[in-house]
Design a protein around this ligand. Sequence first.
Ligand SMILES: [Zn+2]
Length: 286
Amino acid sequence: MSRCQLPQLPNWLDAQQLAADAKTLSSGEMLGRKTGTEGANRARNYLIERMQQIGVQPWRGQFLHPFNYPYRFSEYSGINLIGAIPATTPEADLLVVIAHYDHLGNQGRRVYFGADDNASGMAAALAIAQQVIQQEQRNHTVLFLFSDAEERGLKGSKAFVKQWPDLPINLVLNLDMVGRQYGNYRLAVTHSNDPEVKQKLVELRPNSASCFAFGQPRFSTTGSRIDYSRASDHNSFSRYGTPWVYVGGSQQPDWHTFRDTFERLDQEYFERATVTSWQILSLWLD
Ligand SMILES: [Zn+2]
């Protein structure tokens, strides 16, 4: 594996805010953010408060977008959270940044904190929103979709595409597990099978804030083979032919255990992954 030079991190990133967001969203108070629980409600409230601070607007008049979904032969409900930073030009296409906010909940007093999965992605999305809003000219509206019920089979993102199948989306950027490294593996960037997407990412690579690799480690820690093109919310868009980039997702050993805590995040890796995610989005911003 060739060595890769890591540039200095840009000073626009508020690393303290990034850490604070990840810490709060993975705190015990959030109770593991399981779909349909008080913990999920608390996570939504925090995300709404942060979006309002940044200046992200409710999408189509509301942040909360409830939906129903079938799961194990019953009907359940979930709530997606959607914010928008409108383009400064009319008739603009959309870019969609996704980070699922749901996780596995708790078992009694033991909480699945879900710091990497996916407080890290949510915090990174908020940092990106802060950066998007600072751009004087924006030719695209950027949506921030904090999806629900991802852990139950991508239900929130499926509900989104079902409700709005015809949105002019130029790119979906999905952030899921960007807060810590799995062994010696680099940050993983997976993308839709699309030469234009690949080309942009290849050109970014020498200037990227992270040493990233295309694709994920092939096997999870449980030894099972995982198809990462289907492993998270980007897959819901994939069948519509929407270009997508998926950052993160290698299954570190603490994945889906009680040990996925804030303290175990690798802050520098996390900061670099956040900046890299912004760099990727900005390739589509012009
Ligand atoms: Zn996840």
